[in-house]
Design a protein around this ligand. Structure first.
Ligand code: SF4
Length: 345
């Protein structure tokens, strides 16, 4: 009989599994705490369970784990982890330190099917979804070495294209018997899968970020093919309908690309588009990379855009590019490692 990976279970699924074996429900909470609060990697360490029960668990279940194959550290403190999965595929996580609040950016898929023109991961195509265990194991691995305060689903993949496993991971991350992250500290970013946004909002409480990046359907169709399925009007209506707890907002990510979406007319349209829901704008100057013709905007156009939003009372920050000396932009470490494997650098 194949052993189940116990890290694929949310607490309620684990309770069902345990009670199905004739054990008390509260045992599931004990196991959950060992897995996510103690970061335990073997049943033998779970000393508040009887020896017999631990032996039974060993027979039917396993505790999966990830270890970083490569860790690159940037001069600004950003750390990039490359994890090799059991089938040989690789994903990455990026730890961004910021005074007392380290943020860990995690992946939800191997590759991505969305094909955004500005993104290196998009060029890898989708290989497969990550399991719930593979998603939470990125957090377990990094937490063994560094404190983690915030989690963002902004690594490889479109999280809403892997909805079931991502919801499982979100439940484990925010469960009081699991990782215990406040729902304020966990953010999921989507390119705009409209039906799944509603499903997510109905299933869990989480901060939402949308990767907007354009103010007209014409431009968005070109740089984000998902827009042809769910155009701006539908995406913005889904943002308006998303169930936000009070005093929370949707983060609007806007990768600024020279000559594509960095004009003052874009800034004006952006203010209008986001006016129907509480929002905060992150301006992200495009990070140039090999094989992509898009260019970083001038500092002047970034400053002008930023000031226009501020003058219109939009909450806006311009994100500095973190970890650029270690290719910490989405998908870049894996891209380089694939080249190393292929012998091209
Ligand atoms: S930006 Fe996100 S959704 Fe778009 S291709 Fe990259 S990983 Fe996929």
């Amino acid at each position: 009989m194949e052993k189940v990976d116990i890290k694929n279970f949310t607490l309620s699924q684990l309770e069902a599994h345990i009670t199905g074996q004739g054990k008390e429900r509260f045992r599931a909470r004990q196991i959950f705490k060992w897995l996510y609060q103690q970061n335990t990697t073997s049943f033998a360490q779970m000393t508040n369970l009887s020896k017999d029960f631990r032996a039974e668990l060993e027979k039917t279940a396993r505790i999966s784990n990830l270890e970083a194959e490569v860790v690159e550290s940037s001069a600004d403190g950003t750390k990039k982890y490359l994890f090799r999965l059991s089938d040989g595929n690789a994903v990455e996580s990026v730890l961004i330190p910021d005074e007392d609040r380290n943020t860990l950016c995690i992946s939800s898929q191997v590759g991505c099917a969305m094909g955004c023109e500005f993104c290196l991961t998009g060029t890898f195509r989708l290989t497969r979804n990550l399991t719930t265990a593979e998603i939470v194991n990125q957090v377990c691995a990094v937490k063994r070495e560094e404190p983690v305060r915030n989690i963002v689903f902004m690594g490889m993949g479109e999280p809403l294209a892997n909805l079931e496993n991502v919801i499982g991971a979100l439940r484990i991350l925010t469960d009081p018997d699991g990782f215990q992250f406040s729902t304020r500290k966990v953010t999921l970013s989507t390119a705009g899968l409209v039906p799944e946004m509603a499903e997510l909002g109905a299933a869990v409480t989480v901060n939402l970020a949308i990767s907007l990046n354009a103010t007209t359907d014409e431009v968005r169709d070109r740089i984000m093919p998902v827009n042809r399925r769910y155009p701006l009007k539908e995406l913005l209506a889904a943002c308006k309908a998303f169930p936000l707890p009070s005093r929370r907002w949707i983060t609007v990510e806007y990768v600024m690309i020279k000559g594509v979406n960095d004009s003052l007319d874009d800034a004006k349209r952006l203010v209008r588009l986001i006016s129907t829901f509480p929002s905060k704008v992150n301006l992200i100057p495009f990070n140039e990379h090999e094989g992509c013709d898009l260019r970083t905007p001038t500092q002047d156009s970034i400053d002008r855009f930023h000031k226009f939003l501020l003058d219109k009372h939009v909450t806006v920050i311009t994100r500095s590019s973190r970890g650029s000396d270690i290719s910490a932009a989405c998908g870049q470490l894996k891209g380089r490692l694939d080249k190393v494997t292929a012998g091209s650098i």
